[in-house]
Design a protein around this ligand. Sequence first.
Ligand code: ADP
Length: 708
Amino acid sequence: MDLLKTAHKKIILTFLFAIFIPSIIIGYISLNVFYKHRQSVERLLHSALWSSGENAIETIEKTLIEYEKRVLEKDNILDLIQDEKNEANNRNWISLTKKYQGKLFIMDSDYQIISPLSGSENIVEYSRLRETPANDYQKQMKIAEYYEFIEKDYARAISQYKKCESVAVSLEQKSRAQEGRGRCLMGSKRFEEAKQIYHQLTNKFGYVYNNAGHPYGIVATLQLYELAQQNKELKKGFELLFNLYKKINNGEWLINRAAYNFFTTEIENIFTNKQNLDAVQDIISSFRSLQQKPKEYKNILDFTALLEKRIIPKIKEMLDLFPLNYKVNTGRVLAMNNEEPYLVSYMILPNFQDDRTYYGGFYWNLDSIKHKIIPNSLDRLTRESDFHFKTLDDRDSNSNGVKDGIISEGNLAMSYREFPLPWKLLITHPDIQDLIESAKWQNFYYGAFIILLAAIMIFGVVLLIRDISRESEATLLKTEFVHNISHELKTPLTLIRLFGETLQTKKNLSKQEIEDSYEIITKESERLSHLINNVLDFSKIEMGKKEFNFTEGSLSKVVDETLESYRYHLEKKGFTVYKEITTDLPDISFDKEAIASVLINLLSNVVKFSPDEKNVTVRLFRADETIALQVADKGIGISKKEIPKIFHRFYRSKTNLGPDSKGSGLGLALVKHITKAHDGSIQVESELGKGSVFTIYLPVSKLQEGLT
Ligand code: ADP
């Protein structure tokens, strides 16, 4: 057994040191190399992503900076500030807005908007400021107003207002006096004259603002409309309103938001209320279509409101923090209005006119950056490389809070540097994803391959150990066999020799002694020949030379004869023999000697393994299609674990006892072989300490075979 253990140890050690450990080391090293290689490829690809991203951002921002420069160039600014208070100024603003798809604006150093122009309180102030104080005029005006409002004497008031007109020194003074005259003419129902006055006011003083801050161009036209109503000149009145509406929306007058809303809704209401009049159907429908068109002045009003409320405060704040210097003179802010982002660039414009400092600004159209400028500047990059670019909208639910950097394998998100754009640029490379995917698979295959290899190796070793175990077990058994057989041979030989010598040397032996000696010599030589027969048979079987001599005959006869010839031996050993042989069994074809040796082998085992209760039963009976030969004893029995092993050649149980239990380990191997040759089978029932029953089943069908 120690031999076996050392053999196992040797194999395992050889396997470990010569195969398994080196393989593991090689596997580990190659996996490591493979992993490092993959990592470096990944790093390379990531750096390619980064540099391509940097390049893309730089390209886009360069385009934006160029664009910004072009928008905020001197000529454009000059166009806007040439004549600050000129209403025509907004024309330039509108055309520049169209040209650049974004809105320019100019502020003075006090952050007052200079372009685009819109009506604010300041403008009213401005027109009032221009009023030259003229005591005489003011005196005369007071008298006229007294006649008009207190005395309600319109005739005197009219002539007094006329007097005022003649002493007026400014357009404002003149227009106010004329306005008063118009009012009084209306009050005294002198409509024709009033009409003339209002015509004059619209034509001559259209851009002059009245005390309420409204231009006469608007208020006088509304009076003319009232007059046309009075005269039932419906169409004429509507035409007047139509044109007035158009002019207001085109920014003819720089009225403020409140005035704009007031006048436009006033006019819209008139048109809505009168829409059933057939006579003016044409003009009403043209009014409707006019209403749908973009309203430039409203646009300006909205824009300036946004500038004042949201953007200028932000710029102010930025300029306080980082004042622009004359060299690096562009700043950018991202302002928000109702969660809508606005990007505004601004720059300082020193000494443009009258040594005054202005701030120029550009309110970008973010849609055009996103859908035109960015795709256009990336066009070339996309064509020349395999990288894909996409704008990651911060408002995209799935990109919320995306940080700069690799966001998933092969995807890089980057922010803009110079421009605080509300998006990120997403750079992808389809190959990288493929590569990473294939690397994953490669890893998997590699791992699986290594595991498979290890499994094959371990399997091989297990097979090897099993084989070697069997071999060494056989070797061990053979050694034991040689030892046992020598003993088996020696015992009868010693006896034969002893009694042979006794017969030869001792002359005075009694008759009984002489008979006993002969008998011993005979029995021992029988035993010897049985043993030698077994060995010979076995060696024939091993060499494949064993031949059986099948003849048809009565099995019961052979069994009976064999048992009877052995009975003496058994009884001498103290056994009680029971015989239960059914005689009317069919003849079968069998090898007589072989079957006899089966029985003798079984009986000799009974003798060997029944130390205490010495009795044996031999049965022969019919069992279905077979004839069963059964040998039962009350011996030591065989453990369940051992039963399959006892038929192996040389196998001998380790729990055998007594000197009589010596054996070759060949008996049952022979029994098995012979049974197999007869197409039979063996059954063993045994319990330790209780005895064993060996049953050999030989098929009756053998008879048919024997007959043919
Ligand atoms: P041997 O009898 O020469 O040892 P066998 O092949 O005949 O060889 O028997 C193998 C083993 O089977 C025996 O060593 C013994 O352990 C066991 N054996 C066989 N017959 C019996 C039996 N009748 N009772 C108990 N054990 C038995």
